[in-house]
Design a protein around this ligand. Structure first.
Ligand SMILES: [Zn+2]
Length: 185
């Protein structure tokens, strides 16, 4: 079990956190629909600092957290959740089959839906974006970072000043931005 799985395990053992999570679900037919933040492929995403071993927290897919809460089982990264209801925001484990990447591709093709969980949209990850927001708004031991110093920190990714200012003003990665200001430290 890796750090992410251990983090999730601590969360599902915390009844306050589980209540917070479950309050974001609404029933629609057989499905339990996630009403919190989404990523840009339409899956529910949460960023959690609580019980995380690092200060910046960690992103989880809402449906994977739901599966852990409802079954008590922590999936490994190669275990994929296949939504049999074809509703990406659904968090009802009764709607899920567990499969591997190949099953997921077959499943998505069959549903006429080609953009999967694994589909990258940007060289920045959600974790990078979260770290950028954290550097700008919370800062490090020498106080908040300026946009220029964040660009320097990420020089290996060759990102532009405009990319960083779009992130810190919520013009891009809106779901991460919203989640950042919603999450309690
Ligand atoms: Zn469903």
């Amino acid at each position: 079990m890796g750090e992410a799985e251990r983090h999730l395990k601590r969360l599902i053992e915390d009844s306050d956190w589980v209540s917070w999570f479950e309050n974001k679900l609404v029933r629609r037919g057989d499905c339990l629909i996630w009403t919190g933040s989404q990523d840009n492929t339409g899956y529910g995403r949460i960023h959690v600092k609580k019980h995380c071993e690092r200060p910046t927290g960690r992103n989880f897919f809402a449906h994977r957290a739901a599966y852990a809460i409802q079954t008590g089982e922590i999936l490994e990264p190669h275990d994929l959740i296949l939504h049999q209801c074809h509703t990406r925001l659904c968090c009802n484990s009764d709607c899920f089959e567990i499969g591997d990447h190949r099953d997921n591709m077959d499943d998505l093709r069959n549903s006429g839906n080609i953009a999967g969980e694994m589909n990258p949209k940007s060289k920045l990850t959600e974790d990078d974006v979260w770290d950028i927001l954290d550097m700008y708004y919370e800062g490090g031991e020498h106080g908040p970072y300026s946009i220029n110093s964040i660009v320097n920190e990420y020089s290996n990714l060759d990102i532009k000043k405009g990319t960083v200012s779009d992130i810190v003003y919520g013009r891009t990665w809106k779901s991460v931005y919203d989640e950042f200001f919603e999450v309690e430290a």
